[in-house]
Structure formats: structure tokens, C-alpha cells
Ligand binder design. Structure first.
Ligand code: APR
Ligand code: PHB
Length: 404
């Protein structure tokens, strides 16, 4: 039997130290609300994960609000547009012009996580890494608890609220009784093979490619670090893709200008990720709240994952701040409306990510007519002011509040 250490008490117990959990911790700290973060992995493991790297303006503003935006402004690359390559031709989506001055910032999620971790450490805020057997209890009552084991002992944290920021494979969502939850899911019949290399990017802006051989994406982390992706069958294994095979296939999906500008080099990281659309409804179960990947997943086309996580967290922090600091009838409104507020925004981003994924990829069961129809849709979109604007306004992201 494990010995049980005496229980800690905090206002908000946060499960998961990914970007969602860390950002929530920082926003609560700024508001003077206590929180403890409990994470299953080590800090190094969390920082070793390579994820997307496009921040919407709303996300950048939230990082500023959390006091962690300095390096993002210094090192992040402001992109005013991106390119689409199909039918052998490139078309530019001028985000800035089409959206009345909005841009995106290219800055890796790993760096966002690092900045948040460092700020948390500098403020001396409690984070438990390598916690085992994390479990959430009694969230349908008024005294929720979180338990975990570490160093051979069981620890308990008594709290007012639990924030489930523990990603798609976390414990919070699966602790909710099945009858209380509805899950919507689509798994796509292909994956993305990603390669990170210390080579200058092939283009100063991102290129989304729809080629007869499948989708490709040319992205970047800095002027000297590139991130590329190839659509591959779900059955492919990374071992089947030595670096040279990756570069050869990427060349075949690019245009002549891309092929001649491409600089190749050894992979720093190479992995295959499945693509999934997933939403869980609702996102609140009594005193347990889900935020980020714990509640929803988007396929990466359009890079909405981190941005959606950030806005969930903004709504959630606001709900907690209202609860602790406001008086009167509005005090519980943020908590009561958290789920519906998030879900409306989430479904809009899910729709865009699903549509952009469907349009840009070759599906195994696409017959000749479907391919022709997708080509025609792309041709229409890139030659219509309204079409371009539709793509641009979704890509730069919705405002935090977008009306009734
Ligand atoms: N107990 C404690 N921590 C856990 C548990 C558990 N049982 N299960 C998972 N975790 C941790 C994971 O180790 C991870 O560090 O929760 C964290 C969740 O982090 P992310 O998966 O990065 O999810 P989130 O913070 O919601 O960030 C969303 O990540 O996957 C991308 O596209 C997504 O960019 C988006 C962002
Ligand atoms: C990335 O840089 O990893 C990236 C960029 C844009 C996407 C997806 C991933 O749509």
C-alpha cells in the first residue's frame, strides 16, 4: 500500500501541462487565483513534441495578456499571406488585404510551451511532472479532488474546480459517465509525415499543395529551420521514409520554382500523425471543465489546434475570474455558459479544418469526377474575391466574440 500524503488545497487543479494547461495557469496567476498543474510526463518530454506553428492574432494577444509574448514578438515571423499550389500553379492568399489588416505569426508550439513553462517556473508556481495514476473525483458535487502517485506515495489535491487540459488521450474526459457525453468523430484515411530540418524554407510564406500525388505543406520555424509535410497512407511507417525518399517525394509534389529553391538536409525529427476531427459535447460536467485537445481535435490543415485551445482557456479563465471576483447575478454566468460559448467557436473551426482538409487531399475513394470537382472549387476560390476572403477570414481566425 502507498502511504497517503496530507492533502493540498488549491482553487483550480489543472490536469496537463501542454499549452492549454500552462496558459490557463498563467492567466489565473495574473488574476491572483491559485492553481496546481499535474502532468503525466516530464518537462523535457513535453518540450520534445513537435506540433504546428501558426498563431492567430487572438492567440498572440492572449500570450501577451499572460505576459509571455516577448520572445514570440522577437523571433516569430509575421506572415501577411500564404500560397496555394494546385494544377501546377501558385496562388497567393493575401491575408492582410482580405481581412482588413490581420496577419498570422509563425512561431512553433514548442516555443510557446517553453515560454509558458519558463514564466511559470520564474513565478515559482507549482507543477508536478511525472505524476502517475492521475484521477479526478467528485466533480459532480461541491468538493472535487484530484489524486496521483509520485515517489511511491499517493497525493490528494482538494479544489474548487478541475480543468481537464490533458489532451485527447487524457484521463478527464474518460472519467465522465458515458451517458453524460456525446462524441463526434471522423478519422481521415491518411496521415501526415512531417520532417523538421535545419535548412532555409523553400519560400518566405507557407505553401499548401494539392498535387495528383497528394497533399504537401511547406512550413517553417525560422529563416534557417523548415517544417515539411507529405500526405501518406495510414499504413506507412516512418522507417519506410528515409530522408532522401521524403525529399524526392516532396519535389514531385512541388512546382518547378519550388524544386529549384528547395534546400534539403538531414531530418532533425520525422514522424507520422493521423488526422482526426473530434468534438465532445458538452465541455463541462459539474466542476470539471475540458479545454483544448481534451475536448476537441481538428485535422492540422489550417493549424487551428493550438488556437482553439487558447480561446477555450481564455473563456475558462474568465469564467473562474468572474466566479471568484465578481459579485451579483453575473458571477456564475461564465461557468454556466462556458461549454456553449466554446462549442460554437469550436464547430466553426472544425468545419473550416474539415473543409480545407477535404479540398486539399486526395482520398483513396476519390474518383475522377471528385478530383475534377475539387480542382474546380480551388480554381473558383482563388479567382473570386469572395472565395479568397472566405479562406482568409477563416485562416486568420474568428474574433473572440463574434456576435449572437
Ligand atoms: N494526467 C496528467 N497529464 C496528462 C494525462 C494524465 N492522465 N494525460 C495526458 N496528460 C498531459 C499530456 O502529457 C500533455 O502534456 O496533458 C498534456 C496535454 O497537452 P496537449 O496534448 O499538448 O494538449 P493541449 O494543451 O490541449 O494543446 C492543444 O496541442 O495537440 C496540439 O493541435 C493541438 O495545438 C494543439 C494543442
Ligand atoms: C506547421 O508549421 O507545423 C504547420 C503549419 C500550418 C499548418 C499545419 C502545420 O496548417
Amino acid at each position: 500500500m502507498n502511504a497517503t500524503a496530507s492533502p493540498h488545497r488549491t482553487q483550480v487543479a489543472i490536469v496537463g501541462a501542454g499549452p492549454a494547461g500552462l496558459l490557463l495557469g498563467q492567466l489565473l496567476h495574473k488574476a491572483g487565483i491559485d492553481a496546481i498543474i499535474v502532468e503525466r510526463q516530464s518537462a523535457d518530454y513535453v518540450l520534445g513534441r513537435i506540433r504546428a506553428g501558426v498563431l492567430e492574432q487572438v492567440t498572440a494577444d492572449l500570450l501577451d495578456e499572460a505576459g509571455v509574448g516577448a520572445r514570440m514578438h522577437q523571433e516569430g515571423l509575421v506572415h501577411q499571406g500564404f500560397e496555394m499550389l494546385f494544377g501546377g500553379l501558385r496562388h497567393r492568399v493575401n491575408l492582410n488585404q482580405l481581412t482588413g489588416g490581420k496577419n498570422v505569426i509563425v512561431y512553433g508550439q514548442t516555443e510557446v510551451t517553453r515560454d509558458l513553462m519558463e514564466a511559470r517556473q520564474a513565478a515559482g508556481l507549482p507543477t508536478v511532472y511525472e505524476a502517475q495514476n492521475v484521477a479526478v473525483h467528485d466533480f459532480d458535487g461541491t468538493k472535487p479532488r484530484l489524486t496521483y502517485t509520485a515517489g511511491g506515495r499517493t497525493h490528494a489535491i482538494a479544489c474548487d474546480f478541475i480543468a481537464g487540459c490533458d489532451g485527447f488521450h487524457g484521463v478527464c474526459r474518460t472519467s465522465v459517465p458515458r451517458r453524460a457525453i456525446t462524441e463526434y468523430e471522423k478519422v481521415y484515411p491518411f496521415g501526415w509525415l512531417g520532417l523538421l530540418s535545419d535548412t532555409p524554407p523553400v519560400n518566405h510564406e507557407l505553401i499548401y499543395v494539392n498535387s495528383p500525388r497528394g497533399f504537401a505543406l511547406c512550413s517553417q520555424r525560422s529563416a534557417t529551420r523548415s517544417r515539411y509535410y507529405l500526405q501518406v497512407p495510414l499504413t506507412d511507417k516512418v522507417e519506410q521514409w528515409p530522408d532522401e525518399a521524403f525529399w524526392d517525394e516532396l519535389r514531385l509534389r512541388l512546382d518547378e520554382a519550388g524544386r529549384s529553391a528547395l534546400v534539403t538536409g538531414p531530418a532533425l525529427e520525422k514522424s507520422i500523425a493521423p488526422l482526426r476531427s473530434f468534438v465532445c459535447e458538452p465541455l463541462r460536467f459539474g466542476r470539471l471543465f475540458l479545454a483544448g485537445d481534451a475536448g476537441h481535435i481538428v485535422p492540422p490543415t489550417g493549424a487551428k489546434g493550438l488556437n482553439l485551445a487558447a480561446t477555450d482557456v481564455k473563456y475558462l479563465s474568465q469564467a473562474f475570474i468572474d466566479h471568484y471576483q465578481r459579485h451579483g447575478s453575473d458571477r456564475e454566468r461564465g461557468i454556466a455558459t462556458y461549454s456553449q460559448r466554446c462549442l460554437r467557436r469550436i464547430w466553426r473551426a472544425e468545419r473550416f479544418s474539415w473543409w480545407f482538409t477535404s479540398l486539399m487531399h486526395r482520398f483513396p475513394d476519390d474518383d475522377a469526377i471528385v478530383s475534377k470537382l475539387k480542382d474546380a472549387e480551388l480554381d473558383y476560390l482563388m479567382h473570386s474575391e469572395s472565395g479568397l476572403r472566405t479562406v482568409a477570414e477563416n485562416y486568420v481566425g474568428l474574433p473572440l466574440d463574434f456576435g449572437e
